[in-house]
Design a protein around this ligand. Structure first.
Ligand code: C5P
Length: 276
């Protein structure tokens, strides 16, 4: 079977203090986007899981399959062989590896006939990586997700919250631009100054987008700051970094202005995509 592993952008990302487990407390709105890797999955023998990414045992695709086998003993004897067509930039803040893991969980749930709910798959995904639960729900429902805790507490935004999100033009057109550098999530978190206190009890979906990792990432990789400025000059409405970078994004009124902005970003040396 062939499945798309959609990437995400963080429309907002609030970072609070470090927890006892070393991870930061977060509150983030995660939007699924059209940019996706493509996973081709075939059945394989004796519980063996193989992927051709070349990432070895750290491969999030293999780890996702193992987590599923551990959570569902009947799956322990089932295997899979995966070919990945990589389109999402690596170290780009678009959740590429986590998107692959989320898609793998969803695909194997079907291929191995496990009948687990997306919410259960999200729980299993939390053992694989912080962004995996949000991506399981975002890919499944094709809708914005609120992610909290380390990333393990996820829920879909309700209709009122979705309607009040500050997401630009009607068609949801967006331009992504990657300045060609890979940003290390752990390094950026280590350099970020977290907010005081805890997330407010009530989540306000209409709040202005903010990414608390952006200042630290821009200080470490000035190319990100340059890309943000170029995106504004090119005419995007708003420009923000996604996740821990290095990809930046902004909204466009329609598909033709998105294409114009993407061309301007390519002209200043970024890899650029239009998406919704
Ligand atoms: O969970 P994941 O492997 O994606 O996290 C990568 C790194 O990002 C962690 O090792 C940690 O340094 C940082 N991180 C964090 N707090 C989170 C999520 C990630 O500090 N909530």
């Amino acid at each position: 079977m062939t499945v798309e592993a959609n990437a995400k952008v963080n429309l907002s990302l609030e970072v609070y203090g470090r927890r006892d487990d070393g991870y930061h407390e977060l509150r983030s709105v995660v939007l699924p986007i059209g940019l996706a890797d493509v996973l081709s999955i075939e059945p394989y023998k004796d519980g063996t899981v193989l992927s051709d990414t070349g990432y070895g045992e750290g491969d999030l695709i293999v780890r996702a399959a193992r987590a599923l086998q551990e959570a569902c003993p009947p799956a322990a004897g089932l295997g899979a062989k995966v070919h990945v067509e990589k389109r999402i930039p690596v170290g780009g803040g678009l959740g590429g590896g986590s998107a692959d893991a989320a898609a793998m969980l969803r695909a194997l749930n079907e291929a191995w006939e496990l009948c687990l709910s997306p919410e259960r798959l999200a729980e299993i995904g939390a053992t694989v990586g912080s962004d995996v639960p949000a991506l399981v729900l975002a890919q499944h429902y094709r809708a914005p997700v609120l992610m909290e805790g380390r990333g393990e507490r996820v829920r879909l935004l309700d209709a009122d919250e979705r309607a009040s999100l500050p997401v630009g033009g009607k068609g949801g057109w967006m331009v992504l631009a990657n300045p060609g550098i890979s940003s290390s999530t752990a390094e950026v978190y280590a350099r970020c100054t977290p907010r005081e206190g805890r997330p407010s009890v009530r989540f306000d979906a209409s709040a202005a987008p903010v990414n608390d990792l952006q200042a630290a990432a821009c200080a470490f990789h000035p190319e990100i700051a340059t890309a943000l400025a170029a995106l504004m000059v090119a005419g995007a409405s708003g420009a923000m970094m996604s996740g821990s970078g290095s990809t930046v994004f902004g909204f466009a009124d329609d598909s033709s202005s998105a294409s114009r902005i993407a061309a301007a970003m390519a002209a200043v040396g970024c890899r650029a995509w239009t998406t919704t």
